[in-house]
Design a protein around this ligand. Structure first.
Ligand SMILES: Cc1ncc(C[n+]2csc(CCOP(=O)(O)OP(=O)(O)O)c2C)c(N)n1
Ligand SMILES: CC(=O)[C@@H](O)[C@H](O)COP(=O)(O)O
Ligand SMILES: [Mg+2]
Length: 650
C-alpha cells in the first residue's frame, strides 16, 4: 500500500481525501515536499478548509483566497523564526491547518476551541495576535527592528489586505519602514474586496496598477527594470531574474516613494511563481519589499467566488449546495431595527446622514444606502477618520449617525474625545455589537464603550433594553442637537416586540420603572433587562419583593430615580453588559457622593469580569460572567447572606 492509499483509507467518512496534506503536521514537513507538489497540496488544503468551515461556520472567503500564498510563505520562509503576521487574522485558517492545528480545526470559534483569528497563546507560529485590521505592518516592523537591534536572524512578513490598506495605520507604519531594511516584507493581498467592495482613491490606485499591467505585454520592459531597480540579491541568477521579471511592473510608485521595493502584480494563485518571487525577495540584499499579490476572495469554491461579500463570514453550510444554515425565523435583529428606524428619521429630516467604516452590511447601513445613496458614506476601514468626518459634518449643521461596532470605535477614541466631545458636537454614535459577541471572542467584544464614553463631559450615553427602546433612542438621538449622543445595542435579535408606528422622544437622563417592588432594586442598563426580570420572579418567589428599573441612560444618570430606589430598598444591584467603570461605577459614585451608603445600603455592581473572555456562545459567556438571571439572584442573596446563594447559581 502506498502512502497515499494509507492516507485515503484513514480519512474520516465524508472528509476530503488529502494524501499530501496528511504528511504535513508543521511547516518543516511542508518544506520536504517538492515544488511541483505544492499545487496539489494547495488543492487539498483548500478542500480541508472548506470542509472544516462548513461544520464550524466562520470566515471563509478570505482564507480561500490565500491558500497558495500560505503554502508558498511557509515553504520559502523559515517560520516560526521568520515572523509571519496576518493582518486581521480572519484569513489564517489555512495557516492554522499547516501549523500544527489541523487536529483542532473543526473546533474553530467554538467554546474551548481554536480562535477564529491569530493568537499568540495558541501557537508559536502566531507571533502576533490580531482581529482588528491594519496592524500587521507596524507589528512586523517592530519584530524587524528588534532583530536588527539584537543582531538576531529572521525576517518579518506582514500579509495585509487591500481593504486593511485603507487605514491610516498601514501608512504610518510604511512611513517608518525604511530602517528595517530587507528584514521587512509586506505582502499586499489584493482581492479587490473588503467585506463589501472596497472604497476610496487608494483602492482605485491599486486597481489601476493591477489593470494597467499585464505580465506578458510588458515583459521585456520589465526585465530591464528588474535589472536596474532590484538589489543585488535579486539578480543572483539569470534564470531567477527572468521569472522574477515577469512579475514585476512599474506600477507601485506610491510604495516606492515610501521606501519599498515594489514587486508585482503577482498572480497569488500560482504557487510555483509565488515561491520563485518569494525566494528572490527573501534573498534580496537591501531595503524593505512590498509584493503586490492579486488573489480572488473565495477562490476555488464557486459559491464563495460568486458572492465574496456573502461568503466573507458564513454560518455552517452544505458544501455541495453552498446553502448556509439559517436559524429559525425570529424577530428582526437590533441592527435591522436600527437601520429601519434611521431610514424613518432620514425621511423626516434631510440633514440626517450616515457613516460606516467598511461595515455597511454589518451595521445595516447597506439598507440605508439603498434608500439614500447620497447621504451614506462608507469611508473604508478608517474609524478615526469616520469620527472626525462626522464631527465636521455636524459642525456644518448636518446630523451624522456614525454607525460603528463598539470594538472598532475603540480605535477612534481620541477623535471621540478631541474632535467630538470637547467641541460638544452633535455626532450621533450608533454603537452596534455592544456587549459580548460570541464566536469572534475577546477582540470583538463590545465591553468598554460605556466605560470610555460615559466618562466624557458633554456625552449622552444610552443603551437599548429592547427593540422598541432602540427605535425611541434613534429618534431621541436624531433630535438631540446639543451635543454628542450614543446608543448601544447588541449583536442579536430583538425580543419580538411590535415596533412603534410613532417613535417617542425620550427625556434625556430619565429611566423607567419596569416593575415595582419593595426590598430589592435591580437597576438594569441595556438588554440584560430580560434576565433582570427573570431574576425578579425568582426573588419574589423567595419573598424578596423586587423592583426592576431600566435606567436607559448611563449618562446622564437618572439621579432622582436612583436616589429614590437606594433610599427605599435594602439591596440595590446594577446590571450591565460592559466592563468595570460603567454604570455600576457611576451609580456607586453617585451613592457615595450623596451619602446613600452611609446607612447600611447594600449595593452590588454586576458587570463583565476583569478578563478578556474567550469565544463561546453569548449566553454561556454571560452566564460565566454572572450576568444571567441566576447570577443576579445569587448576587442579591449573597448581599443578604441568604443561605440559598449556592442554589441560585445552580
Ligand atoms: C479596525 C477594523 N475595522 C473593521 C474591521 C472589520 N473587518 C474585518 S475583515 C474586513 C475586510 C478586510 O478587507 P481586506 O483587508 O481586504 O481582507 P480580505 O477580507 O479581503 O481578505 C473588515 C472591514 C476590522 N476587523 N478591524
Ligand atoms: C473579521 C471581522 O472583523 C469581521 O468579519 C467580523 O467578524 C464581523 O462580525 P459580525 O459577524 O458581527 O458582523
Ligand atoms: Mg481584500
Amino acid at each position: 500500500m502506498s502512502k497515499d492509499e494509507i492516507a485515503v483509507s484513514q480519512a474520516p467518512a465524508g472528509r476530503p481525501q488529502t494524501p499530501l496534506l496528511d504528511l504535513v503536521e508543521t511547516p518543516p514537513d511542508l518544506r520536504k515536499l517538492k515544488p511541483e507538489q505544492l499545487r496539489q497540496l494547495s488543492d487539498e488544503l483548500r478542500a480541508e478548509m472548506i470542509d472544516a468551515v462548513s461544520v464550524t461556520g466562520g470566515h471563509l472567503g478570505a482564507g480561500l483566497g490565500v491558500v497558495e500564498l500560505t503554502v508558498a510563505l511557509h515553504y520559502v520562509f523559515d517560520t516560526p523564526t521568520d515572523r509571519l503576521i496576518w493582518d486581521v487574522g480572519h484569513q489564517a485558517y489555512p495557516h492554522k491547518i499547516l501549523t500544527g492545528r489541523r487536529d483542532r480545526i473543526r473546533t474553530l470559534r467554538q467554546g474551548g476551541g481554536l480562535s477564529g483569528f491569530t493568537k499568540r497563546s495558541e501557537s508559536v507560529y502566531d507571533p502576533f495576535g490580531a482581529a482588528h485590521s491594519s496592524t500587521s505592518i507596524s507589528a512586523a516592523l517592530g519584530f524587524a527592528i528588534a532583530n536588527k537591534l539584537s543582531g538576531a536572524r529572521g525576517k518579518a512578513i506582514a500579509v495585509i489586505g487591500d481593504g486593511a490598506m485603507s487605514a491610516g495605520m498601514a501608512y504610518e507604519a510604511m512611513n517608518n519602514a525604511r530602517e528595517a531594511g530587507n528584514r521587512l516584507i509586506v505582502i499586499l493581498n489584493d482581492n479587490e474586496m473588503s467585506i463589501a467592495p472596497p472604497v476610496g482613491a487608494l483602492s482605485a490606485y491599486l486597481t489601476r496598477i493591477y489593470s494597467s499591467n499585464t505580465f506578458l505585454e510588458i515583459r521585456d520592459a520589465v526585465r530591464q527594470l528588474a535589472k536596474k531597480a532590484l538589489p543585488d540579491g535579486l539578480k543572483k541568477t539569470a534564470k531567477r531574474a527572468e521569472s522574477f521579471a515577469r512579475t514585476l511592473t512599474t506600477g507601485g510608485t506610491l510604495f516606492e516613494e515610501l521606501g519599498f521595493y515594489y514587486v508585482g502584480p503577482v498572480d497569488g494563485h500560482n504557487v510555483e511563481q509565488l515561491v520563485s518571487v518569494l525566494e528572490h525577495v527573501r534573498d534580496a540584499a537591501e531595503g524593505p519589499c512590498l509584493i503586490h499579490c492579486i488573489t480572488q476572495k473565495g477562490k476555488g469554491y464557486s459559491y464563495a467566488e460568486a458572492a465574496a461579500d456573502k461568503y466573507h463570514g458564513v454560518t455552517k453550510f452544505n458544501v455541495v449546495t453552498g446553502e448556509q444554515s439559517k436559524a429559525p425565523a425570529g424577530p428582526p435583529s437590533y441592527t435591522g431595527v436600527f437601520a429601519k428606524a434611521l431610514m424613518a428619521e432620514a425621511a423626516r429630516d434631510a440633514k440626517i446622514v450616515a457613516i460606516t467604516a467598511a461595515m455597511p452590511s454589518g451595521t445595516g447601513l447597506d439598507k440605508f444606502q439603498a434608500a439614500y445613496p447620497h447621504r451614506t458614506f462608507d469611508v473604508g476601514i478608517a474609524e478615526q477618520h469616520a469620527v472626525t468626518f462626522a464631527a465636521g459634518l455636524a459642525a456644518q449643521g448636518y446630523r451624522p449617525f456614525c454607525a460603528i461596532y463598539s470594538t472598532f470605535l475603540q480605535r477612534a477614541y481620541d477623535q471621540v474625545v478631541h474632535d467630538v466631545a470637547i467641541q460638544n458636537l452633535p455626532v450621533r454614535f450608533a454603537i452596534d455589537r455592544a456587549g459580548l459577541v460570541g464566536a469572534d471572542g475577546s477582540t470583538h467584544a463590545g465591553s468598554f464603550d460605556v466605560t470610555y464614553l460615559a466618562t466624557l463631559p458633554n456625552f449622552v450615553v444610552m443603551a437599548a433594553a429592547d427593540e422598541v427602546e432602540l427605535v425611541h433612542m434613534v429618534h431621541t438621538a436624531a433630535l438631540h442637537d446639543s451635543g454628542p449622543i450614543a446608543v448601544r445595542y447588541p449583536r442579536s435579535e430583538g425580543i419580538g416586540l411590535t415596533l412603534p408606528a410613532v417613535p417617542e422622544r425620550l427625556e434625556i437622563g430619565k429611566g423607567r420603572i419596569v416593575r415595582e417592588g419593595k426590598s430589592v432594586a435591580i437597576l438594569s442598563l441595556g438588554t440584560r433587562l430580560g434576565e433582570a426580570l427573570k431574576a425578579a420572579d425568582v426573588l419574589d418567589a423567595k419573598g424578596l419583593s423586587t423592583t426592576v428599573a431600566d435606567l436607559r441612560f448611563a449618562k446622564p444618570l437618572d439621579e432622582a430615580l436612583i436616589r429614590r430606589l437606594c433610599a427605599s430598598h435594602e439591596v440595590v444591584v446594577t446590571v450591565e453588559e460592559g466592563a468595570v467603570g460603567g454604570l455600576g461605577a457611576h451609580v456607586l459614585t453617585l451613592a457615595s457622593d450623596s451619602g446613600l451608603l452611609d446607612d447600611g445600603l447594600k449595593i452590588r455592581t454586576l458587570r463583565l469580569p476583569d478578563v478578556f473572555q474567550e469565544h463561546d456562545a453569548p449566553a454561556k459567556q454571560y452566564a460565566t460572567a454572572g450576568l444571567d438571571a441566576a447570577g443576579i439572584v445569587a448576587s442579591v442573596l449573597g448581599a443578604l447572606r441568604h443561605n440559598d446563594v449556592g442554589a441560585a447559581r445552580a
